[in-house]
Design a protein around this ligand. Structure first.
Ligand SMILES: *Cc1c(COP(=O)(O)O)cnc(C)c1O
Length: 258
């Protein structure tokens, strides 16, 4: 199975509704094929389309093609899009690192937050959600590659962290999220995904009441098939649907441009 390739570029631009629909169909077919290789039911895998840097007109096309949720890495961009497209029934998922002082924005518009990585942030989100009278699905981000350039808790710290979360009643814990090593070496990428599945399985046996750890959000355009083979239940796919982004991914990672 390690022959499944990892690719990090060359995704053609999707300019029209037809382009988007065609890419979407191709991604879905690959999800089905990856599930077949792993003996999994495709209904267990949720495709979260990632629309960061994609402008409103093309997101509207994607919505017309049947997509009703989108992942955004930066809260400011996500907020602006949520406001501009408030006429559409879209669920926004914030999938990137969040500064505590921006928790209030996420508490207002997001349906889901996938990058929970500190108690300070959990506290801030919970407080703002209580004020808004809302709850939020959250994923705990784990640094599965050990790279200093990635956010997320060290795998060893996850158990203690999860034990604290029931105190924050507006946070509905759904699972774990990770960004694998950014590498063309499928074996090393796969090792990140496998670590996540093993961690989830171990943690599940000791999670407190109210903390569900069913979901594993892992896999992006270059590596979602590998992630599915290793147990992903959510894949976050942008470029394979919308085309290559003009900005390098490092822009979205710690130390990248603001
Ligand atoms: C951008 C991004 C993705 C999707 O990456 P693609 O290469 O566009 O598929 C997934 N997860 C996170 C956290 C991201 O920032």
């Amino acid at each position: 199975m390690s022959a499944t390739p990892v690719s990090h570029g060359g995704f053609p631009q999707a300019r029209s509704a037809e382009d988007i629909a065609r890419n979407l169909a191709a991604v879905r077919a690959r999800i089905v094929a990856a599930c077949a290789r792993a003996g999994r039911d495709p209904a267990e895998v949720r495709l979260l389309p990632v629309s960061k840097t994609v402008e409103e007109a093309r997101i509207r096309m994607a919505h017309a093609a049947g997509l009703s949720e989108f992942g955004e890495n930066k809260v400011q961009e996500a907020r602006e899009k949520a406001e501009a497209m408030a006429d559409l029934p879209i669920a926004w998922s914030v999938i990137g690192h969040l500064q505590t002082n921006k928790a209030k924005y996420v508490a207002r518009f997001a349906a889901e937050f996938q990058a929970l990585d500190s108690l300070k942030l959990a506290e801030a989100l919970d407080r703002r959600l209580q004020i808004e009278g809302r709850s939020l699905d959250v994923f705990v981000q784990i640094n599965s590659s050990g790279e200093a350039s990635k956010y997320g808790l060290a795998p060893e710290g996850a158990a203690a962290f999860l034990r604290e979360l029931p105190a924050f009643s507006a946070l509905k814990v759904r699972g774990l999220m990770t960004l694998a090593l950014f590498s063309a070496d499928a074996l090393r990428v796969r090792a990140c995904f496998r670590l996540m599945r093993e961690l989830r399985d171990r943690l599940r046996q000791e999670t407190p009441d109210g903390v569900a750890l069913g979901d594993l959000s892992m896999g992006m355009s270059g590596d979602y098939e590998l992630a599915i083979e290793e147990g992903a239940t959510v894949v976050r796919v942008g470029q394979a649907i919308f085309g290559a982004r003009p900005l390098p991914d490092s822009y979205y990672w710690p130390g990248g441009a603001p």
